[in-house]
Design a protein around this ligand. Structure first.
Ligand code: SF4
Length: 282
């Protein structure tokens, strides 16, 4: 079911999407960088609304959220598409608009979010905010049913749609990947927007941040230290997860050496109060 999208405007010969800072300018029939928003009959449609590609019941610590409702189980769903195109993506299968998907109703998802002791729903696996309309609508319904909403995101969204969603989200995990030049060259995003999102959500709800440490991209002393300085100016109390990179998708760099993980941990601890290493044996 393609539904009419929110946050766009008509322009000469097509539309401009205003959901994320890419501001894709789309002629009739074209899709945005995320692959799931398309200009059809002079309107912007969301092609992924009403579908899921993956689901499961996870410990909330797997999101990762280790300082919010610890020990809980949360129903987790993934959709399609992403507005970043990282060469190391661990969920690259979900970038494709042709990935097998299953239609699902809001009512089915609300019911599933109460099963197996789940406290609510986590929008995760792909970049959930490119399916903004479904997330916003579902988040309101989950709230009405007394359930929790968790969003795991790259944080690349415009302020207006973020503000509309914020009151319905109980907890976020935002990826903070790189400094600005590397964000632009590797992910197609920008550091300033991601930090702005972390700042906005931290003022409204619980947030934890994840940084995937990739050798030579963000593990160099001065690069990583600069990132930690900027994150700590938002709030040094935000729990930070440092996750170990392993080769995936189109990135064949070797896995992050343990010594780089521990060195970055020591740097991070100078700026942030709670730092946890993930994806590696301690
Ligand atoms: S959400 Fe998708 S279509 Fe809209 S601006 Fe971002 S990448 Fe482009």
């Amino acid at each position: 079911m393609a539904t009419k999208a929110l946050y766009w405007e008509r322009v000469e010969g097509g539309v401009r999407c205003k959901l994320c800072p890419h501001h894709c300018r789309l002629n009739e029939g074209q899709r945005g960088i995320c692959g799931v928003r398309q200009c059809l009959d002079g309107e912007l449609l969301s092609l992924s609304d009403g579908y899921i590609t993956s689901w499961g019941y996870d410990p909330i610590e797997k999101k990762p959220l280790t300082h919010f409702r610890e020990g809980s189980v949360i129903f987790s769903i993934g959709g399609q598409g992403c507005n970043f195109h990282c060469d190391f993506c661990q969920n690259h299968r979900l970038l494709s608009v042709d990935v097998p998907r299953r239609p699902v109703s809001d009512e089915e998802l609300v019911e599933a979010a109460t099963a197996h002791g789940s406290i609510g729903i986590a929008y995760t696996y792909n970049e959930p905010l490119v399916n903004y309309e479904m997330v916003l609508r579902l988040a309101k319904k989950m709230r009405e049913a007394g359930l929790i909403n968790v969003v795991v995101s790259n944080g690349y969204i415009e302020l207006e749609p973020l503000h509309e969603l914020l009151p319905y989200v109980d907890a976020w995990n935002i990826d903070y990947k790189f400094n600005d030049p590397i964000y632009r060259s590797v992910s197609g995003g920008g550091e300033e927007v991601v930090l702005r999102t972390i700042s906005e959500v931290s003022a409204a709800s619980h947030v934890e941040v994840t940084t995937l440490l990739i050798p030579g991209r963000n593990t160099q002393g001065e690069v990583f230290q600069g990132m930690m300085e900027r994150l700590s100016t938002i709030d040094e109390e935000i729990p930070l997860h440092l996750s170990r990179y392993y080769p995936a998708y189109r990135c064949s760099l070797p896995a992050t050496p343990h010594e780089d993980m521990f060195r970055c941990y020591q740097i991070a601890k100078k700026y942030m109060k709670t730092v946890e290493l993930g994806n590696m044996p301690l």
